[in-house]
Design a protein around this ligand. Sequence first.
Ligand code: ZN
Ligand code: ZN
Ligand code: ZN
Length: 324
Amino acid sequence: MSFGEDVSLMELRQLELLGKVLKPGQEIRPHYERNIGIVYNIGELTIREDRLLSLIRRGFFRVKGYISFPICPVCGDVDLSLNVYCPNCNSQDLLKVDIVIHYECHYADDISAFRRPEGLVCPVCERSLKVVGVDYGRPGISYRCNNCLSVFQLPLIEFSCSNGHLLRLDELAVHRAPVVIYEPSDLLRESAAWKILDLVEALSSYGYKAEPFALLRGNVTRTEHIVDVLVHRSGKRIALLIFNTPNVNPDSVSRPLTIAIDLQIPVVAVMSKEFAEGLARFLRMEGNVKQRIQSLFPAELVRVVVYENEADKIAKLLDALEKL
Ligand SMILES: [Zn+2]
Ligand SMILES: [Zn+2]
Ligand SMILES: [Zn+2]
């Protein structure tokens, strides 16, 4: 298989991983992670939103809905922290208090100031508090400024982003991040990379240890080769190269041999019938296409498999693997 220029090995690995950890129909939700931003967890992998957006564009996910995250309208930062202020003097030194008001002398303070072993006693007029709502009140939890001593129900709230922009609640902007469903598109399922993953799964079901998109360094040239599928069988490694695109070029002939010689492992060139016929035409070969193409390679280094459909591909490939 020849991958499009926009498909890097890392992306192929990601494709493999997604298929392993996600089940079709699975929902992935965004969340905010401090110092990183909006992220998605896919198995043990944490990916950023821009990465997920590119996966959506490439057909891995369907957008189900959105979750809005508050952000700084100045710099777009999601990393907001909440600050509280005294509405009277703007001090940030506040205490949370459970207020008791003694109606008879109008003294108000935190309940701790009234507590005595014998019950609640006013620390100012020394009278005991008897019935709530009658001689004393409990307005509830409030805040008290430690600077100006004023008591208030709610402090002023302000947010600050990690770049130091100060914002009131009504000044916050929102960023909508998609909630997605793992639902690979038909186009993606028809892609060459996806077909390779299907093949790996099929080989595994027949007991072969198969690894997709293996990156191997050549013994001779020291260059790196991506092998579509690397099969491990009783300590032996076999490279599978898949040719199923309509593009036939001289590289199709040289690549299996190059890899076999450079990696010093046997190669199975797995070709669709259409590809093999195209290659035969390209090389102006007559007669049995498979035999002709096989004759281009030393059989101990490169085996050619020409298949007509997916079931045929597996059957012939298993047969070739047995013979190597
Ligand atoms: Zn900001
Ligand atoms: Zn104050
Ligand atoms: Zn009192």
